[in-house]
Design a protein around this ligand. Structure first.
Ligand code: ADP
Ligand code: MN
Ligand code: MN
Ligand code: MN
Length: 377
């Protein structure tokens, strides 16, 4: 990641700063100090925020990480006259930007402990903390070893024009067809970002399992998983943070909007693949999956309401989606709410794909709903 970036047909896209300068400082010794980048979710429920804390030594486990706080009135999460929001460290990653022993920390947000009329009131999660309820649900189902895999689609935008990267200015590229899993100039746009993101996720310890170019030009996908329980939400949020940071270096914008360009252009999804100990075991697994699907059908409306803002612009029944008003499932059917893989009825076990969540899904909400509906109802 150094120097300006040039894309075949798209003209020159330059970073704002000379990216050759920072590396001179990055290699200076730190004399035992460790930078910890605490990452958390802000008030909109989709904005990622972070700030750095210097630690005097490398933490061995989460317990070595201090609690910290931030100004919740600046993130839409607390009033100005009572602005402190506490951060609790939840998962440690290696920092691919600073390298060395430096770390990034996925954290969640809490109201501080208080003294109310001489009585101690413990910390509690703030209303926008979706991780906490997810953790409570996962704790109840851990004996079923829930595994998730999320396919994160996203679109790259020119940060000035807000138009998809590599698209003709004030115009459209040729119709969809050649772009999905493509190679070549004008088809696979800004692959450098995708490659840098993949390597950075490996380094960080995010369980990224693949990447591919998507159906709409300037749209890409990566997959995270299979992840056990809470690792799904933590790793997906951290993978998004890493993507934003890499795109920042190129002065390129990332959008997780479910339908960035209206009309005959694919939307962006966040398919969630799911299995449990029981679905993964033959011969009962296939039957177990059908039981899950029966339960999911009954709670379709509850799931749809929490599967991403603006999802109604994407779930139209066109462009490999199901209508958001109906629940459907099928083997190998990409126009259904739930897709079961071809091999599942043959091998009598496996996993299935919930195709309804949009690209801006909150993985803490989606994984919580999946286990609540299929295992706790
Ligand atoms: P698609 O064919 O829908 O594009 P992908 O290959 O993009 O599928 O994504 C498949 C996802 O399923 C990956 O995130 C992977 O980690 C996940 N996955 C694979 N096996 C399992 C499993 N047993 N349980 C849950 N998720 C799984
Ligand atoms: Mn996929
Ligand atoms: Mn896809
Ligand atoms: Mn999929």
């Amino acid at each position: 990641m150094s120097g300006p970036v040039v894309f075949g047909t798209t003209g020159k896209v330059e970073s704002l700063l000379d990216t050759n300068i920072l590396p001179r400082f990055q290699s200076l010794p730190q004399f035992g100090k460790v930078a910890a980048e605490y990452v958390w979710i802000g008030g909109s429920g989709s904005d990622l925020r972070s700030k750095t804390k210097t630690l005097e030594k490398l933490p061995k486990s989460l317990g070595d990480l201090p609690k910290w706080n931030y100004d919740g009135s600046s993130t839409g999460q607390a009033p100005g006259d009572d602005s402190e929001v506490y951060l609790v460290a939840r998962k440690i990653y290696k920092d691919p930007f600073r390298g060395g022993d430096n770390i990034m920390v996925m954290a969640d947000a809490h109201e501080p402990p208080r003294d109310v009329d001489g009585k101690h009131v413990d910390m509690k999660p703030i209303p926008t903390n979706t991780r906490f309820a997810c953790m409570e649900a996962m704790e109840k189902v851990m004996k079923e070893e829930p595994w998730f895999g999320i396919e994160q689609e996203y679109t790259l935008l020119n940060s000035t024009s807000k138009w998809p990267l590599g698209w003709p200015e004030c115009g459209f590229p040729g119709p969809q067809g050649p772009y999905y899993c493509s190679a070549g100039s004008g088809a696979a746009i800004a692959r450098d970002i995708v490659e840098a993101h993949l390597k950075a996720c490996y380094f960080a310890g995010v369980n990224i399992s693949g990447v591919n170019a998507e159906v709409m030009p300037a749209q890409w996908e990566y997959q995270v998983g299979p992840c056990l329980g809470m690792d799904m939400g933590d790793d997906l949020w951290m993978s998004r943070y890493i993507l934003l940071r890499i795109a920042e270096l190129y002065n390129i914008e990332v959008t997780f909007d479910p339908k960035p360009i209206p009309g005959d252009w694919n939307g962006a999804g966040g398919h969630c693949n799911f299995s449990t100990k029981s679905t993964r075991a033959a011969p009962g697994g296939w039957e177990e999956i059908q039981k899950h699907i029966g339960k999911l059908e009954k709670r379709h409306a509850v799931h749809i309401a929490s599967y991403g803002e603006g999802n109604e612009r994407r779930l139209t029944g066109k462009h490999e989606t199901s209508s958001m008003h109906d629940f459907s499932w099928g083997v190998a059917n990409r126009g259904a709410s739930i897709r079961v893989g071809r091999s599942v009825p043959v091998e009598k076990c496996g996993y299935y794909e919930d195709r309804r969540p949009s690209s801006n899904l909150d993985p803490y909400v989606v994984t919580r709903l999946l286990v609540e509906t299929t295992l706790l109802k």
